[in-house]
Design a protein around this ligand. Structure first.
Ligand code: GDP
Ligand code: ZN
Length: 379
């Protein structure tokens, strides 16, 4: 990894330091939006006014500040935050859940992050100290791979330490949308979160169209999986993917995210259908995520409505880095700063013409490049 960008000013007061957000495109920024299309794309049925971003490297850079005081105090128990309710959090220590308060010192230190403690945080807590709770969170470890929701201009961290994004689409009802899959891949990779492409409802894939879409992504080196919550096909494989990781499940409404989770872990009893999303509509600022502990090991972030995404904060010249089949070819473009959209002597366009790059993938690239290039500066 390159060293830290210039312009980062250390301050005497560690707790108050905010690492500047560099807009220079040479700086590797890693904020990505798990969000819907800013203006709602009718094709995706995604106009819900809720936006989610994942934050990887940027978050790590920021949290270096938090870490500047040596690490957790002695004698505390480590745990992971499953849910947060105001100044209380449920902490899982691996054997049971501890209702904890959040120490003022922790809140103060994280004040500028808005969320002192969030779902997925690795924390250290003391036991038996406060009335009204069984423990108290004394220390929060630095975060990585953070999912954020953007509500208007406000950034709300909904989950920390996410390892992978299970990108769910369905073979039918609704039909698979490769361009949406591509968006989620870009968003995940940008945030340092590993994408896994899961095609649900393969029981409905009579013509094999969904299978061939999966083949396309498999050939590019992505992890892919066909499944059916209805027949149980692929569920064992999905369990293996979830095992011992912290996962977020993304995909448009109706593809079967809840059904898959219920199949992976019977007894979870997540509501299926659109009930949850209906009731959440219009009050997304109050929705909270929770972390579900899986019997096989690992956690899944349960959050309403990660549907589509707005990648407008990804620097547009960085998009190519998240298209696996582009990476080795861009060096052959005639112009070093080729955007692969209109230039002559473009190796990417050449590969598309020769049938080496799928036209759908190229179309998504252009779509994302133009969208990302729009001068919207939300951070
Ligand atoms: P979510 O909005 O992504 O959480 O989707 P749900 O889990 O609520 O599922 C949406 C609808 O698809 C429900 O009516 C499910 O019964 C149905 N469904 C889910 N998985 C499958 C599947 O593998 N095959 C078929 N045929 N239908 C499914
Ligand atoms: Zn090019």
């Amino acid at each position: 990894m390159p060293s830290e960008p210039p312009g980062k000013k250390p301050s005497k007061k560690d707790e108050k330091v905010r690492v500047p957000f560099r807009r220079n495109r040479n700086t590797r920024r890693r904020v990505k939006d798990w969000a819907e299309h800013a203006h709602g794309d009718p094709r995706d049925n995604a106009a819900h006014g809720e936006r989610i971003a994942a934050k990887g490297e940027l978050s790590r850079k920021r949290t270096i500040i938090v870490r500047s005081d040596a690490g957790p105090p002695e004698g505390l128990r480590p745990g992971i935050v499953l849910a947060v309710r105001g100044l209380y959090a449920d902490v899982d220590d691996g054997t049971r859940t501890w209702p904890c308060t959040i120490r003022r010192i922790v809140r103060t230190r994280r004040i500028q992050e808005r969320n002192a403690v969030t779902v997925g945080d690795r924390v250290h807590f003391s036991v038996g100290t406060d009335a009204g709770a069984e423990g108290a969170i004394e220390f929060v470890e630095p975060r990585r791979g953070t999912l954020q929701r953007l509500t208007g201009k406000r950034v709300h961290t909904i989950a920390a330490n996410v390892d992978q994004a299970i990108i769910v689409s369905s073979a039918a009802e609704p039909a698979p949308k490769p361009h949406l899959i591509d968006r989620y891949i870009v968003a995940a990779l940008y945030g340092g979160i590993a994408p896994v492409i899961c095609m649900n409802k393969i029981d409905l894939d009579v013509a094999g169209a969904a299978a061939s879409i999966l083949d396309r992504y498999r050939a590019l080196g992505y992890t892919v999986l066909g499944a059916s919550a209805r027949t149980g096909a692929g569920i064992d494989e999905l369990r293996a993917v979830f095992k011992d990781k912290e996962s977020a499940v993304a995909g448009q409404s109706g593809v079967g995210k809840s059904s898959l989770l219920n199949a992976v872990q019977p007894g979870l009893e997540l509501k299926t259908g659109d009930i949850i999303e209906q009731t959440q509509k219009g009050r997304h600022t109050t929705t909270t995520a929770r972390l579900i502990r899986l019997d096989m090991g690992g956690y899944v972030v349960d959050t309403p409505g990660i549907r589509s995404l707005d990648i407008s904060r990804v620097p547009h010249f960085e998009i190519e880095a998240y298209f696996a089949e582009f990476v080795d070819r861009v060096k052959d473009c005639k112009f070093r700063n080729c955007s692969h959209t209109h230039e002559i002597g473009c190796a990417i366009k050449g590969a598309v013409e020769r049938g080496e790059i799928h036209p759908d993938r190229y179309a998504t690239y252009v779509e994302l490049f133009e969208e990302a290039g729009r001068p919207r500066r939300s951070l």
